[in-house]
Write a protein that binds this ligand. Structure first.
Ligand code: GTP
Ligand code: MG
Length: 371
């Protein structure tokens, strides 16, 4: 609730910003349009403008999580691989970079160079794993964050060295900063004539992404998705950043995974690409996943192989759900089929309520989601 600004509230209730400010001013509160509103202020405003405001606790949606995911005692925690998202301006080379990394690092024997679309994949560098989420688009990224499903440990912002900072680069910076994930800048297309990495550094610094060699705290790695130059450096930088973060999970716990992509596939039905955040997901597990539930029929890794178990930060396509989950949904392994079904029903009911309240009232939850 503290995340709602005056102008957003005004927009939401269809009143001029000045009216909202006036009401608060008359009560002795000086605010400007960008100030955040507290719960009390929202209540006062709701009464004044005769709108009904419901407080929906977003964590309700995940109550199955609270019941099932116990606080981990430190002794069970083990190091886990970092999960990376690549963002950047259109045509700056996100897809090319993901392909270059995958082609350079994925185990051989695969159809060389042909990259069919996959939601996420894991590569190895110096015997350490790194998981990449295929660029989900900024909207999907924020949707995941809003659902409390922080799927990314480190954000890589790609900037073409011959084009510099562009509107979607700035968007990417905003999303990365909001997610609090450390940023690494990949200065791509270094092979091109007119590549100017210093210009990129200067422009990024203007947006508070300051290069380490300029006294800042962000690593800028020159790369070329075309020639493969710098890819090794980029992966090493990811590992270094991850090491400092001390990312851990408990492989013994009940599985908790986040959906990064979903679809209906011929012969497989509803499927979701997940990344395990804690525990180990196994074939045969009963799972709830948002409104969906089911029994894990098979797990297919990023190389199309059937696997039996999926550990922390690893990724696979889960087959066996009764309906398509949404990106950002949390999948939890449960004791029984009955439980999974019940939690899925509760979740569906919650969403139905939320929709109803959204159509008739202004919900705080929705206001927050606007940011
Ligand atoms: P969108 O998904 O449309 O936002 O683009 P993207 O960021 O995924 O860029 P993509 O990988 O599709 O690359 C855009 C164009 O730049 C393609 O024509 C690539 O071949 C080219 N390109 C990408 N990386 C490099 C590079 O390192 N060097 C050169 N010369 N061209 C590159
Ligand atoms: Mg692309």
């Amino acid at each position: 609730p503290e995340d709602i600004r005056v102008y957003e509230f005004a927009e939401k209730i269809n009143h001029p910003i000045s009216d909202v400010i006036k009401v608060l001013f008359n009560l002795g509160m000086m605010v400007t349009k960008n100030d955040f509103l507290g719960k009390d202020e929202i209540e006062i405003l709701a009464e004044e403008f005769e709108v009904e405001v419901t407080t929906i606790d977003p964590t309700n949606a995940f109550n199955y999580e609270e019941e099932y995911v116990e606080a981990e005692s430190e002794e069970h925690l083990e190091e886990r691989p970092p999960v990376i998202t690549i963002m950047g301006h259109v045509d700056h080379g996100k897809t090319s970079l993901l392909d270059a990394i995958r082609n350079a690092r994925v185990a051989h024997g695969e159809a060389g160079g042909i990259t069919q679309h996959i939601g996420a994949y894991t590569v190895e560098q110096r015997d350490k794993k790194i998981t990449f989420i295929d660029t989900p688009g900024h909207a999907a990224f924020s949707a995941m964050r809003e659902r409390g499903a922080q799927a990314t440990d480190i954000v890589i912002i790609v900037v073409a060295a011959d084009d510099g900072v562009k509107p979607q680069t700035i968007e990417a910076i905003k999303h990365a900063k909001a997610s609090k994930a450390p940023i690494i800048v990949a200065v791509n297309k270094m092979d091109k004539e007119g590549a100017n990495p210093d210009l990129v550094k200067g422009q990024m610094a203007e947006h508070e992404v300051s290069p380490i060699d300029w006294g800042g705290d962000v690593e800028f790695v020159p790369v070329s998705a075309k020639t493969g130059e710098g890819i090794d450096d980029l992966l090493d930088n990811i590992l270094l950043t991850a090491e400092v973060m001390e990312l851990t999970a408990n492989p013994e716990a009940a599985a908790k995974a986040v959906v990064v992509e979903s679809s209906v596939e011929k012969g497989r039905g509803p499927v979701g690409t997940v990344i395990v955040q804690n525990g180990t997901l196994s074939v045969g597990d009963n799972v709830v996943c948002g409104k969906a539930f089911g029994r894990v029929r098979s797990l297919i890794n990023d190389q199309g192989q059937q696997i039996k178990v999926l550990g922390p930060s690893e990724t696979a396509v889960v087959v066996g759900l009764n309906e398509v989950p949404a990106a950002g949904d949390i999948m939890i392994a449960m004791e029984s089929d009955k439980e999974a079904r019940e939690y899925a029903q509760k979740r569906a009911e919650y969403e139905r309520q939320k929709e109803l309240s959204a159509s008739t009232k202004t919900s705080l939850d929705e206001l927050t989601a606007l940011i």
